[in-house]
Design a protein. Structure first.
Length: 95
């Protein structure tokens, strides 16, 4: 895989808690476009509006490359890499 392949990778992150949001934003800061699955509808709307996860990662401005979504299928479909970052007791239910 060369650099142009890496830079065009499509990434999905499942779970918008503090760790999932931080990982997604870090990837975005590296230049990747990331779809972040957010369970809470209102949190997703707030993240789009304010570019901040005020519940789980307050005070951190999120990259414009980060795309919050409540649609789990959209977050994982046609991705080169998917990170599942939900609490351990929710992994089975989410999968």
């Amino acid at each position: 895989m060369n650099n142009s392949d890496i830079n065009s990778m499509k990434i999905g992150v499942v779970g918008a808690g503090s760790w999932g949001t931080a990982l997604a934003d870090l990837l975005c800061c590296k230049g990747y476009l990331v779809d972040l699955w957010v369970f809470e509808t209102e949190l997703k709307k707030e993240m789009e509006k304010s570019r901040e996860n005020k519940i789980f990662l307050p005070g951190v401005t999120l990259s414009e490359n980060l795309h919050p979504t409540n649609n789990l299928e959209k977050a994982v479909a046609d991705k080169d890499l998917v990170l599942v970052v939900v609490p351990s007791h929710l992994v089975r239910q989410t999968a």
